[in-house]
Ligand binder design. Structure first.
Ligand code: ATP
Ligand code: MG
Length: 606
């Protein structure tokens, strides 16, 4: 942990997660305390039985204890009624059983509530984090932070934190009983304690870094598995199974070696602290035995003293475990905190809801992704309201980037030009307003593992099947879907495995069409369909486009030729703008592409 402020932040985060679980943990802590108290009473009963019942030594206990003993008939009476001693032990055991049961039940309730809050908060935060954040972070690593790191935090809070109170009670009460019995022997027990505690704390610092490296590498391993599952087709198609397996095995071997190293450190710590604890116990056993021999201590006191010493040593030893668990948990808190402290998408304070129906204007837009060279340089063009604008350009020329900026998926920094809709800079329009008015078919359409109708109707909960079918018909998808045995209820795989590339694109188009937004963007969305279907879809789309501003990005001249205006992008700058008729003979990039595709174009138009 780097500084105080960060530590405070993390503590705040834990308290935030604890909301709703505090009452459960309070009951479980109380129960743990009662159970610890019950533990404290048993050695006293044994001590009395040995010294006062069996050996008949005179008794001098606290008045309240003496009153209770006398009420039950006195120590002499217990000699002939030993069942009273047995009943006392049973009562203490019963209290312990009930308190342990309550502890477990409430501790589980508390920890499950805690985990639920953590999961909800993390998922909520991830949903609200900017697109650029998701592009920067590996999915597998994020998943690991939301699963295994949460589990580590849960186990620390439910198993260690609630135990603190039990440990404190046992520590304090043991010391009180031990001092009351023999102050010198208590000193013998306490003197080695600072050494054991110091050793534990020193170990904590070392092992914290080792746990951190382990967690980071577990994240890498998860990311590898996740990527291989997502990219299973690439792996199979290129016969990369062996290479991927080798990569995985290498990372897995490294990860395993890290845990072996941590286990080595832990084993070293436990063995050394075992020796220290063993020496402490040895001191008590020898010193106590000598005191008994020289009649400075009663045998019953000696036996119960050793029990209390065990209870004193147990928390001190637990401290070591707690510290190593704390190391692990603090690494997980750091990793979860990374997500929770990441800046959410935020609107400018003066952001408003604008109608989003006017002209879309890119004015001198210059843009570079974080730590990357400039992608767009002084790009200026206008997509007139209600008209269709085509964008043509080589791969990597920045076409999709332009659309991401328009949809506010990336922020255009101040001073890098402006993007405006109806004259209002989109920086001053609420993000939610911008996105809800833009229907976009992404270049790589993504389908959820749900039914086709759910995938198309994802834009609006109130859509009926006939709305969905109408959109699918216009996207030339209806025929293909009705051919499936389960029709619109057909489940598509994680990435739409059961649909072909073209069908996926059409499902994404249908999804956009259900929205009826004033701005529609098709980013290379007809690339995976044949030219005839392309023409058919375009015709059907024109019906929908009435009044909407449409931006079509494509590599196909036939797709763009009917646009009211076309912008040709070249390496991040605007090379030409004009209508199809103006550009096709202008001798620029457009006419070159037109000539190379003209055979194809004529065929499609026919
Ligand atoms: N998240 C990102 N971080 C860094 N660089 C990026 C990112 N996304 C895209 N780029 C880079 O920006 C450039 C423009 O990408 P963009 O996707 O806008 O191109 P495009 O014109 O849509 O290409 P295509 O026709 O292949 O779809 C490319 O060089 C690409 O490598
Ligand atoms: Mg693109």
């Amino acid at each position: 942990m780097k500084n105080k402020a960060e530590r405070k932040d993390r503590l705040k985060l834990i308290f935030f997660f604890l909301k709703g679980a505090k009452a459960f943990f309070a009951v479980s802590i109380l129960s743990a305390a009662v159970s610890a108290l019950a533990d404290m009473i048993s050695p006293q009963i044994i001590r009395m039985t040995i010294d006062n019942v069996i050996a008949q030594k005179p008794a001098s206990y606290a008045p309240v204890v003496m009153r209770l003993v006398n009420a039950l008939g006195g120590f002499a009476h217990f000699r002939t009624h030993i069942w009273i001693v047995a009943a006392a032990i049973m009562c203490v055991a019963l209290v312990k059983v009930i308190s342990q049961y309550t502890f477990r039940v409430y501790n589980t309730k508390g920890s499950e509530t805690l985990v639920k809050t953590m999961r909800d908060s993390l998922f909520g935060r991830i949903e609200r984090l900017p697109f650029s954040w998701h592009m920067k972070n590996k999915t597998g690593d994020i998943i690991q932070r939301c699963t295994s790191d949460i589990e580590t935090m849960r186990s620390f809070i439910s198993e260690q934190m609630t135990g603190i109170f039990r440990i404190l009670i046992m520590l304090v009460m043991s010391l009180i009983f031990m001092c009351s019995m023999n102050i010198w022997l208590t000193l013998v027990a306490v003197i080695p304690m600072p050494l054991i505690i110091w050793y534990s704390l020193r170990f904590h610092r070392t092992v914290h870094d080792e746990f951190q490296v382990c967690d980071e590498n577990e994240g890498k391993l998860s990311a590898m598995v996740q990527e291989n599952l997502t990219g299973v087709r690439v792996v199979r198609a290129f016969g990369r199974e062996k290479t991927e397996l080798d990569r995985f095995e290498k990372q897995n071997r490294y990860y395993t070696s890290l845990w072996v190293k941590v286990a080595g450190s832990l084993a070293g710590f436990w063995s050394t602290s075992d020796v220290l604890v063993g020496l402490q116990i040895l001191g008590i056993v020898v010193a106590g035995a000598l005191m008994c021999i020289h009649s400075n201590m009663q045998p019953g006191e000696y036996v119960s003293f050793i029990s209390y010493n065990g209870m004193l040593i147990w928390p001190i030893r637990q401290l070591g475990r707690m510290i190593s668990e704390l190391s692990k948990a603090s690494v997980s808190v750091e990793r979860v905190h990374y997500i929770m402290k990441s800046e959410e998408e935020k609107d400018a304070p003066d952001a408003v809801d604008a109608p989003m129906t006017g002209d879309i204007r890119f004015d001198n837009v210059t843009f570079a992704y974080e730590n990357c060279p400039e992608i767009l340089k002084n790009v200026s063009f206008t997509a007139e309201s209600g008209k269709t604008l085509g964008i043509l350009g080589g791969t990597g020329s920045g076409k999709s980037t332009l659309m991401f900026l328009l949809d506010k998926l990336y922020d255009l920094p101040e001073g890098n030009g402006t993007i405006s809709v109806g004259g209002t800079d989109i920086r001053r329009i609420r993000t939610q307003c911008v996105r809800s008015h833009i229907g976009m078919v992404l270049q790589e359409p993504f389908l959820f593992s749900r039914t086709i109708s759910e995938n198309i109707g994802i834009t609006n909960d109130g859509l009926t099947l006939s709305d969905i079918r109408e959109a699918a018909r216009d996207a030339c998808l209806d025929e293909a879907v009705t051919a499936f045995s389960q029709g619109y209820d057909t489940k598509v795989g994680e990435r739409g495995v059961t649909l072909s590339g073209g069908q996926k694109q059409r499902a994404a188009i249908a999804r956009m069409l259900t929205q009826k937004t004033p701005i529609m963007i098709l980013d290379d969305s007809l690339s995976a369909v044949d030219t005839q279907t392309d023409a058919k879809i375009r015709k059907a789309l024109e019906k929908h486009f009435g009044g909407s501003t449409v931006i079509i990005i494509s590599h196909r001249i036939t797709t763009l030729s009917r646009c009211d205006r076309i912008v040709v992008l070249d390496k991040g700058t605007v090379a030409e703008t004009g209508t199809h008729d103006e550009l096709k003979d202008a001798g620029g990039i457009y006419s070159l592409i037109y000539q190379s595709q003209s055979g194809l174009g004529e065929e499609a138009e026919a």
